[in-house]
Design a protein around this ligand. Structure first.
Ligand SMILES: Cc1cc2ncn([C@H]3O[C@H](COP(=O)(O)O)[C@@H](O)[C@H]3O)c2cc1C
Ligand SMILES: O=C(O)c1cccnc1
Length: 358
Protein backbone atom coordinates (compact mmCIF):
# COMPACT_ATOMS: atom_id res chain seq x y z
CA UNK A 1 0.00 0.00 0.00
CA UNK A 2 1.27 3.44 -0.87
CA UNK A 3 1.82 5.61 2.18
CA UNK A 4 0.29 9.02 2.69
CA UNK A 5 3.73 10.62 2.26
CA UNK A 6 4.23 8.80 -1.05
CA UNK A 7 0.79 9.89 -2.18
CA UNK A 8 1.59 13.48 -1.27
CA UNK A 9 4.75 13.37 -3.40
CA UNK A 10 2.86 11.79 -6.30
CA UNK A 11 0.05 14.34 -6.00
CA UNK A 12 2.53 17.23 -5.95
CA UNK A 13 4.15 15.92 -9.13
CA UNK A 14 0.68 15.67 -10.75
CA UNK A 15 -0.16 19.27 -9.87
CA UNK A 16 3.24 20.56 -11.00
CA UNK A 17 2.72 18.93 -14.39
CA UNK A 18 -0.53 20.70 -15.13
CA UNK A 19 -0.86 23.59 -17.58
CA UNK A 20 0.06 26.49 -15.30
CA UNK A 21 3.23 27.89 -13.78
CA UNK A 22 4.21 25.87 -10.72
CA UNK A 23 2.43 27.13 -7.63
CA UNK A 24 0.31 29.67 -9.50
CA UNK A 25 -2.93 28.49 -7.94
CA UNK A 26 -1.52 29.12 -4.48
CA UNK A 27 -3.31 27.48 -1.57
CA UNK A 28 -5.82 25.90 -3.94
CA UNK A 29 -2.97 23.69 -5.15
CA UNK A 30 -2.08 22.79 -1.58
CA UNK A 31 -5.66 21.65 -1.00
CA UNK A 32 -5.68 19.79 -4.30
CA UNK A 33 -2.55 17.86 -3.30
CA UNK A 34 -3.99 17.17 0.13
CA UNK A 35 -7.27 15.89 -1.35
CA UNK A 36 -5.45 13.50 -3.68
CA UNK A 37 -3.36 12.20 -0.79
CA UNK A 38 -6.45 11.89 1.44
CA UNK A 39 -8.54 9.97 -1.09
CA UNK A 40 -5.47 8.23 -2.59
CA UNK A 41 -6.49 9.00 -6.14
CA UNK A 42 -5.50 11.55 -8.77
CA UNK A 43 -9.19 12.19 -9.32
CA UNK A 44 -10.59 13.08 -5.89
CA UNK A 45 -14.32 13.78 -5.57
CA UNK A 46 -15.95 16.52 -3.52
CA UNK A 47 -19.56 16.87 -4.64
CA UNK A 48 -21.66 16.76 -1.50
CA UNK A 49 -21.02 18.77 1.63
CA UNK A 50 -22.81 18.65 4.95
CA UNK A 51 -22.61 21.17 7.80
CA UNK A 52 -23.02 19.81 11.32
CA UNK A 53 -23.91 22.64 13.67
CA UNK A 54 -23.80 21.62 17.33
CA UNK A 55 -25.49 23.92 19.85
CA UNK A 56 -25.20 24.06 23.62
CA UNK A 57 -25.29 26.42 26.56
CA UNK A 58 -22.47 27.28 28.95
CA UNK A 59 -22.68 27.94 32.65
CA UNK A 60 -19.94 30.50 32.22
CA UNK A 61 -22.26 32.60 30.03
CA UNK A 62 -23.87 33.78 33.27
CA UNK A 63 -20.49 35.10 34.46
CA UNK A 64 -20.47 38.08 32.11
CA UNK A 65 -18.17 36.82 29.35
CA UNK A 66 -20.42 37.64 26.38
CA UNK A 67 -21.99 40.77 24.94
CA UNK A 68 -25.23 38.79 24.63
CA UNK A 69 -27.39 36.96 27.18
CA UNK A 70 -27.41 33.16 27.35
CA UNK A 71 -31.00 33.04 26.11
CA UNK A 72 -29.74 33.98 22.63
CA UNK A 73 -28.54 30.38 22.13
CA UNK A 74 -32.12 29.07 22.30
CA UNK A 75 -33.52 32.03 20.39
CA UNK A 76 -31.03 31.34 17.63
CA UNK A 77 -32.14 27.69 17.56
CA UNK A 78 -35.60 28.95 16.64
CA UNK A 79 -34.07 31.21 13.99
CA UNK A 80 -32.07 28.27 12.59
CA UNK A 81 -35.23 26.19 12.57
CA UNK A 82 -37.02 28.75 10.42
CA UNK A 83 -34.05 29.12 8.07
CA UNK A 84 -33.14 32.69 9.02
CA UNK A 85 -29.58 32.36 10.32
CA UNK A 86 -26.39 33.19 8.41
CA UNK A 87 -25.52 29.52 8.07
CA UNK A 88 -28.90 28.77 6.47
CA UNK A 89 -28.18 31.40 3.84
CA UNK A 90 -24.66 30.18 3.04
CA UNK A 91 -25.81 26.55 2.89
CA UNK A 92 -28.55 27.61 0.47
CA UNK A 93 -26.02 29.45 -1.67
CA UNK A 94 -23.60 26.51 -1.81
CA UNK A 95 -26.13 23.64 -1.94
CA UNK A 96 -24.98 22.22 1.40
CA UNK A 97 -26.97 20.03 3.72
CA UNK A 98 -27.30 21.40 7.24
CA UNK A 99 -28.00 19.45 10.41
CA UNK A 100 -28.48 21.40 13.61
CA UNK A 101 -28.00 19.29 16.72
CA UNK A 102 -28.92 20.50 20.19
CA UNK A 103 -26.47 18.83 22.56
CA UNK A 104 -27.35 20.89 25.62
CA UNK A 105 -29.28 24.10 24.98
CA UNK A 106 -31.14 25.29 28.05
CA UNK A 107 -34.70 24.99 26.73
CA UNK A 108 -37.72 22.68 26.91
CA UNK A 109 -38.95 23.82 23.54
CA UNK A 110 -38.65 21.59 20.50
CA UNK A 111 -37.92 23.12 17.16
CA UNK A 112 -38.88 21.71 13.79
CA UNK A 113 -35.95 20.19 11.97
CA UNK A 114 -33.54 20.49 14.91
CA UNK A 115 -32.15 17.25 16.30
CA UNK A 116 -32.25 17.16 20.06
CA UNK A 117 -29.88 15.05 22.14
CA UNK A 118 -31.52 16.36 25.31
CA UNK A 119 -30.51 13.48 27.52
CA UNK A 120 -26.92 14.78 27.63
CA UNK A 121 -27.34 17.94 29.73
CA UNK A 122 -30.72 19.67 29.52
CA UNK A 123 -29.37 22.94 30.92
CA UNK A 124 -25.92 22.94 29.36
CA UNK A 125 -22.63 22.88 31.26
CA UNK A 126 -21.83 24.15 34.73
CA UNK A 127 -19.59 27.16 35.03
CA UNK A 128 -15.94 26.13 35.10
CA UNK A 129 -15.44 29.05 37.48
CA UNK A 130 -17.09 26.96 40.17
CA UNK A 131 -16.21 23.35 39.31
CA UNK A 132 -15.87 20.94 36.38
CA UNK A 133 -18.00 22.07 33.43
CA UNK A 134 -19.13 18.52 32.67
CA UNK A 135 -19.45 15.09 34.19
CA UNK A 136 -17.65 12.12 32.64
CA UNK A 137 -20.96 10.84 31.30
CA UNK A 138 -21.81 14.19 29.72
CA UNK A 139 -18.44 14.38 28.01
CA UNK A 140 -18.79 10.84 26.68
CA UNK A 141 -22.33 11.36 25.45
CA UNK A 142 -21.46 14.63 23.72
CA UNK A 143 -18.45 13.04 22.00
CA UNK A 144 -20.67 10.12 20.92
CA UNK A 145 -23.34 12.46 19.56
CA UNK A 146 -20.69 14.10 17.39
CA UNK A 147 -19.48 10.74 16.14
CA UNK A 148 -23.03 9.57 15.45
CA UNK A 149 -24.13 12.62 13.46
CA UNK A 150 -20.88 12.69 11.46
CA UNK A 151 -21.35 9.03 10.55
CA UNK A 152 -24.94 9.68 9.47
CA UNK A 153 -23.77 12.51 7.19
CA UNK A 154 -20.93 10.39 5.75
CA UNK A 155 -23.28 7.43 5.17
CA UNK A 156 -25.70 9.69 3.35
CA UNK A 157 -22.97 10.60 0.86
CA UNK A 158 -21.14 13.68 2.12
CA UNK A 159 -17.52 13.88 0.96
CA UNK A 160 -16.95 16.97 3.10
CA UNK A 161 -18.17 17.52 6.63
CA UNK A 162 -18.07 20.99 8.20
CA UNK A 163 -18.11 21.43 11.97
CA UNK A 164 -19.85 24.51 13.34
CA UNK A 165 -21.24 25.66 16.66
CA UNK A 166 -23.63 27.87 18.52
CA UNK A 167 -23.41 28.63 22.24
CA UNK A 168 -23.32 32.01 23.93
CA UNK A 169 -20.10 32.29 25.93
CA UNK A 170 -18.18 29.78 23.89
CA UNK A 171 -15.39 32.11 22.75
CA UNK A 172 -14.39 32.30 26.43
CA UNK A 173 -14.54 28.51 26.68
CA UNK A 174 -12.42 28.11 23.54
CA UNK A 175 -9.94 30.65 24.92
CA UNK A 176 -9.70 28.71 28.19
CA UNK A 177 -9.09 25.46 26.29
CA UNK A 178 -6.45 27.10 24.11
CA UNK A 179 -4.66 28.64 27.09
CA UNK A 180 -4.68 25.26 28.83
CA UNK A 181 -3.05 23.59 25.81
CA UNK A 182 -0.62 26.35 24.85
CA UNK A 183 0.36 27.81 28.20
CA UNK A 184 -0.38 31.28 26.83
CA UNK A 185 -1.86 33.92 29.09
CA UNK A 186 -5.56 34.73 29.30
CA UNK A 187 -4.94 38.09 27.63
CA UNK A 188 -3.18 36.43 24.68
CA UNK A 189 -5.98 33.99 23.88
CA UNK A 190 -9.09 35.97 24.80
CA UNK A 191 -10.87 37.81 22.01
CA UNK A 192 -13.91 40.02 21.78
CA UNK A 193 -16.34 37.29 20.74
CA UNK A 194 -19.71 38.86 20.04
CA UNK A 195 -18.17 42.28 20.69
CA UNK A 196 -17.18 42.81 24.33
CA UNK A 197 -15.16 46.01 24.67
CA UNK A 198 -13.46 48.01 27.40
CA UNK A 199 -14.25 46.93 30.94
CA UNK A 200 -16.37 44.03 29.74
CA UNK A 201 -13.42 42.70 27.77
CA UNK A 202 -11.15 43.13 30.81
CA UNK A 203 -13.70 41.20 32.85
CA UNK A 204 -13.78 38.39 30.28
CA UNK A 205 -9.98 38.11 30.47
CA UNK A 206 -10.22 38.02 34.25
CA UNK A 207 -12.79 35.21 34.18
CA UNK A 208 -10.61 33.20 31.80
CA UNK A 209 -7.67 33.76 34.13
CA UNK A 210 -9.66 32.70 37.18
CA UNK A 211 -10.82 29.49 35.50
CA UNK A 212 -7.23 28.67 34.54
CA UNK A 213 -6.21 29.26 38.14
CA UNK A 214 -9.00 27.14 39.57
CA UNK A 215 -8.13 24.17 37.37
CA UNK A 216 -4.34 24.64 37.32
CA UNK A 217 -3.59 21.19 38.72
CA UNK A 218 -5.57 19.33 36.10
CA UNK A 219 -4.09 21.61 33.41
CA UNK A 220 -0.61 20.80 34.69
CA UNK A 221 -1.38 17.07 34.67
CA UNK A 222 -1.87 17.05 30.84
CA UNK A 223 -4.68 14.55 31.35
CA UNK A 224 -6.54 15.66 28.26
CA UNK A 225 -9.91 14.11 29.09
CA UNK A 226 -9.94 15.58 32.57
CA UNK A 227 -8.90 18.95 31.20
CA UNK A 228 -11.66 18.90 28.64
CA UNK A 229 -14.23 17.74 31.19
CA UNK A 230 -13.32 20.57 33.58
CA UNK A 231 -12.99 23.36 31.00
CA UNK A 232 -14.89 22.44 27.87
CA UNK A 233 -18.31 22.65 26.35
CA UNK A 234 -20.82 20.14 25.05
CA UNK A 235 -20.96 21.48 21.50
CA UNK A 236 -17.16 21.65 21.45
CA UNK A 237 -17.00 18.01 22.56
CA UNK A 238 -19.52 17.05 19.87
CA UNK A 239 -17.39 18.81 17.23
CA UNK A 240 -14.32 16.91 18.48
CA UNK A 241 -16.30 13.66 18.20
CA UNK A 242 -17.42 14.55 14.68
CA UNK A 243 -13.81 15.33 13.71
CA UNK A 244 -12.55 11.94 14.85
CA UNK A 245 -15.42 10.14 13.09
CA UNK A 246 -14.47 11.88 9.85
CA UNK A 247 -10.81 10.97 10.39
CA UNK A 248 -11.67 7.31 11.02
CA UNK A 249 -14.02 6.91 8.07
CA UNK A 250 -12.76 4.54 5.38
CA UNK A 251 -14.65 6.70 2.87
CA UNK A 252 -12.03 9.42 3.45
CA UNK A 253 -14.25 12.48 3.69
CA UNK A 254 -12.69 15.90 4.21
CA UNK A 255 -13.21 17.79 7.45
CA UNK A 256 -13.82 21.53 7.13
CA UNK A 257 -12.87 23.29 10.35
CA UNK A 258 -14.60 26.61 10.95
CA UNK A 259 -13.50 29.47 13.23
CA UNK A 260 -11.92 29.88 16.65
CA UNK A 261 -14.22 27.54 18.58
CA UNK A 262 -14.19 24.91 15.88
CA UNK A 263 -10.38 25.11 15.86
CA UNK A 264 -10.31 24.59 19.64
CA UNK A 265 -12.49 21.50 19.17
CA UNK A 266 -10.18 20.17 16.47
CA UNK A 267 -7.12 20.85 18.64
CA UNK A 268 -8.68 18.90 21.49
CA UNK A 269 -9.66 16.07 19.15
CA UNK A 270 -5.96 15.61 18.37
CA UNK A 271 -5.13 15.41 22.08
CA UNK A 272 -8.14 13.31 23.07
CA UNK A 273 -7.60 10.78 20.28
CA UNK A 274 -3.82 10.50 19.88
CA UNK A 275 -4.15 7.24 17.94
CA UNK A 276 -5.97 9.20 15.22
CA UNK A 277 -3.50 12.09 15.12
CA UNK A 278 -2.24 11.34 11.63
CA UNK A 279 -5.69 10.68 10.20
CA UNK A 280 -6.96 13.94 11.72
CA UNK A 281 -4.09 15.77 10.05
CA UNK A 282 -4.82 14.17 6.70
CA UNK A 283 -8.53 14.98 6.59
CA UNK A 284 -8.65 18.48 8.10
CA UNK A 285 -8.86 21.69 6.09
CA UNK A 286 -8.88 24.98 8.00
CA UNK A 287 -11.43 27.12 6.21
CA UNK A 288 -10.61 30.58 7.52
CA UNK A 289 -8.70 32.59 10.06
CA UNK A 290 -11.31 34.11 12.33
CA UNK A 291 -10.84 37.69 13.49
CA UNK A 292 -10.97 36.36 17.08
CA UNK A 293 -7.60 37.36 18.48
CA UNK A 294 -6.45 33.90 19.65
CA UNK A 295 -6.75 32.44 16.17
CA UNK A 296 -3.03 32.57 15.25
CA UNK A 297 -2.16 30.78 18.47
CA UNK A 298 -4.81 28.16 17.73
CA UNK A 299 -3.37 27.51 14.27
CA UNK A 300 0.16 27.21 15.68
CA UNK A 301 -1.04 24.78 18.36
CA UNK A 302 -2.85 22.68 15.76
CA UNK A 303 0.29 22.51 13.61
CA UNK A 304 2.37 21.61 16.65
CA UNK A 305 -0.06 18.93 17.84
CA UNK A 306 -0.19 17.38 14.38
CA UNK A 307 3.58 17.59 13.99
CA UNK A 308 3.32 19.42 10.66
CA UNK A 309 5.57 22.29 9.64
CA UNK A 310 4.65 25.92 10.18
CA UNK A 311 2.25 27.00 7.44
CA UNK A 312 1.19 23.41 6.78
CA UNK A 313 -2.35 24.16 7.98
CA UNK A 314 -2.73 27.75 6.77
CA UNK A 315 -6.45 28.57 6.54
CA UNK A 316 -7.81 29.21 3.05
CA UNK A 317 -9.46 32.56 3.77
CA UNK A 318 -8.89 35.54 6.03
CA UNK A 319 -11.88 37.79 5.48
CA UNK A 320 -12.77 39.11 8.90
CA UNK A 321 -15.33 36.44 9.76
CA UNK A 322 -16.08 36.08 13.46
CA UNK A 323 -19.46 34.43 13.66
CA UNK A 324 -19.13 30.68 13.92
CA UNK A 325 -22.20 28.51 13.10
CA UNK A 326 -19.96 26.82 10.51
CA UNK A 327 -20.28 29.87 8.22
CA UNK A 328 -16.61 30.05 7.21
CA UNK A 329 -16.45 26.33 6.56
CA UNK A 330 -19.64 26.47 4.48
CA UNK A 331 -18.33 29.45 2.54
CA UNK A 332 -15.12 27.68 1.59
CA UNK A 333 -16.84 24.48 0.40
CA UNK A 334 -16.85 25.53 -3.29
CA UNK A 335 -13.11 26.17 -3.03
CA UNK A 336 -12.57 22.63 -1.74
CA UNK A 337 -14.71 21.39 -4.60
CA UNK A 338 -12.62 23.39 -7.07
CA UNK A 339 -9.47 21.85 -5.55
CA UNK A 340 -10.86 18.42 -6.43
CA UNK A 341 -11.63 19.58 -9.99
CA UNK A 342 -8.12 21.03 -10.44
CA UNK A 343 -6.79 17.55 -9.78
CA UNK A 344 -9.27 15.63 -11.88
CA UNK A 345 -10.01 17.96 -14.83
CA UNK A 346 -6.82 19.87 -15.65
CA UNK A 347 -4.60 18.74 -18.47
CA UNK A 348 -0.83 18.19 -18.30
CA UNK A 349 1.61 20.19 -20.47
CA UNK A 350 2.28 17.09 -22.57
CA UNK A 351 -1.40 16.16 -22.84
CA UNK A 352 -2.41 19.64 -23.95
CA UNK A 353 0.59 20.21 -26.26
CA UNK A 354 1.61 23.27 -24.26
CA UNK A 355 5.31 24.14 -23.95
CA UNK A 356 6.82 23.82 -20.50
CA UNK A 357 9.01 26.39 -18.77
CA UNK A 358 12.41 27.35 -20.26
C1 LIG B 1 -27.26 36.65 17.32
C2 LIG B 1 -26.03 35.76 17.39
C3 LIG B 1 -25.86 34.74 16.45
C4 LIG B 1 -24.72 33.94 16.52
N1 LIG B 1 -24.33 32.91 15.76
C5 LIG B 1 -23.18 32.50 16.19
N2 LIG B 1 -22.76 33.21 17.24
C6 LIG B 1 -21.47 33.04 17.88
O1 LIG B 1 -21.34 33.87 19.02
C7 LIG B 1 -21.33 33.13 20.23
C8 LIG B 1 -19.97 33.22 20.84
O2 LIG B 1 -19.62 34.53 21.21
P1 LIG B 1 -19.55 34.93 22.75
O3 LIG B 1 -18.51 34.06 23.36
O4 LIG B 1 -19.13 36.38 22.74
O5 LIG B 1 -20.90 34.73 23.33
C9 LIG B 1 -21.65 31.71 19.83
O6 LIG B 1 -23.03 31.49 19.90
C10 LIG B 1 -21.15 31.64 18.42
O7 LIG B 1 -21.70 30.60 17.68
C11 LIG B 1 -23.74 34.13 17.48
C12 LIG B 1 -23.91 35.16 18.43
C13 LIG B 1 -25.04 35.97 18.38
C14 LIG B 1 -25.23 37.06 19.40
O1 LIG C 1 -14.21 32.49 15.40
C1 LIG C 1 -15.38 32.18 15.55
O2 LIG C 1 -15.84 31.17 15.02
C2 LIG C 1 -16.27 33.06 16.39
C3 LIG C 1 -15.88 34.29 16.81
C4 LIG C 1 -16.74 35.06 17.57
C5 LIG C 1 -17.97 34.58 17.90
N1 LIG C 1 -18.33 33.37 17.49
C6 LIG C 1 -17.51 32.60 16.75
Amino acid sequence: MTSHAEWTAKAQAEIDNKTKPVGSLGRLEQWSVRLMALQQTVKPIINNGHVLLFAADHGIADDGVSQFPKVVTREMLRNLSSGGAAINAICNANALKLSVIDVGVDTDETFTGIHAAKDIAPHGTNSSLRGPAMTDAQLDTALSAGIEYANIAIDSGAQAIAIGELGIGNTAVAAILLAAVSGKSAAQVTGKGTGVEGERYDHKVEVVEQVLGKHKDVIKSREWREMFKCLGGLEIAAMAGAAVAVARSPKKPALLVDGFISMAAFLFAIHLFPAEKELLGHCAFLSHASAESGTRIAITEIEKALGVSEGGMTPMLDIGFRLGEGTGAALVFPILKAAAHIASDMNTFAGAGVSGSN
